[in-house]
Design a protein around this ligand. Structure first.
Ligand SMILES: CC(C)(COP(=O)(O)OP(=O)(O)OC[C@H]1O[C@@H](n2cnc3c(N)ncnc32)[C@H](O)[C@@H]1OP(=O)(O)O)[C@@H](O)C(=O)NCCC(=O)NCCS
Length: 97
């Protein structure tokens, strides 16, 4: 989890999730968030979580929507990779209690 340096954004965090391929679709990612990341964020004063995912990453979209995140932005050609050049990105966010 990365916290922004500005005090005005000190309640905001940014992160990603990666589960080893052989352990996917077994509830690992969901448990990681529910039992680990969300409680840790609450304990450490994070209120708003947000990040970018590649617009064609349907798995990530389903995964994060399942956790309560929603799409709040669309950015054309935001992500640059050596393999595929520029890709569009979706911005997702969630306010946590
Ligand atoms: C996205 C990722 C972290 C999901 O981890 P996971 O452990 O496989 O996810 P879970 O098994 O906990 O799934 C939780 C929910 O997410 C959704 N989901 C997960 N994988 C999915 C898939 N391939 N297709 C559709 N929905 C999916 C489902 O709603 C699922 O609930 P269900 O199993 O009850 O249907 C994993 O696929 C991954 O590491 N992908 C590569 C990295 C990446 O793209 N990260 C996201 C961008 S930061």
């Amino acid at each position: 989890m990365q916290r922004f340096e500005s005090t005005r954004l000190s309640h905001c965090g940014e992160t990603g999730t990666w589960v080893m391929p052989s352990f996917r679709r077994q509830g690992v990612g969901k448990s990681l968030w529910k039992k680990g990341i969300f409680p840790w964020c609450r304990k450490n004063g994070f209120k708003h979580l947000g990040f970018f995912v590649m617009a064609n990453n349907k798995t990530a979209l389903c995964f994060y929507e399942n956790l309560g995140f929603h799409i709040c932005g669309y950015h054309r050609k935001l992500i640059l990779s050596n393999k595929s050049g520029y890709s569009d990105a979706l911005e997702m966010e969630l306010w946590i209690d």
